[in-house]
Design a protein around this ligand. Structure first.
Ligand code: ZN
Length: 148
């Protein structure tokens, strides 16, 4: 797991939100509520208020990036390897990708899941929800590149 990138995203979420006292229902820019003196504060953005930063990070990624379509990405990767291969049957010519997908969808799915594991272990794709949604790591890094 890319902990450095995660902590940078946490910083970004801090910058994009403000401390908020839910009891007094007001922003508390200093980090302490000036009415009730609580420092147990939520974070507020234009999307609402909640404890923690993860929800802000998730919203930023959802809003500003496109989730990786792994099925398309896998197909593209296979295509780049077998691009020129075609299969001729009788008078018909098919491209290799179409034939592989149609003739052995199970093998295709296995290869796709191996591709996903490899992309994740190499850090090319990034997830905050255990793989329900992936983003390209380089795009996530671009969001936080001006922070240090
Ligand atoms: Zn308060």
């Amino acid at each position: 797991m890319n902990t450095e990138l995660k902590s940078k995203l946490g910083k970004l979420a801090l910058i994009r939100s403000k401390p908020f006292c839910y009891t007094c229902y007001q922003e508390c820019p200093t980090g302490v509520c000036n009415k009730c003196h609580s420092d147990d504060l939520m974070r507020v953005t234009e999307n609402g208020c909640e404890y923690g930063l993860d929800w802000i990070v998730e919203k930023i990624l959802q809003t500003e990036l496109s989730a990786v379509n792994l099925s398309d990405a896998f197909e593209e990767s296979v295509r780049s390897t077998f691009e020129s291969e075609t299969v001729t049957v009788g008078w018909m010519t098919f491209d290799a990708i179409t034939v592989m997908k149609d003739q052995d969808p199970i093998s295709w799915r296995c290869a796709q899941s191996e591709y996903e594991s490899l992309e994740e272990s190499e850090g090319n794709i990034f997830t905050l929800d255990n793989g329900s949604t992936y983003y390209w790591t380089h795009e996530v890094e671009a969001l936080v590149e001006d922070l240090d």
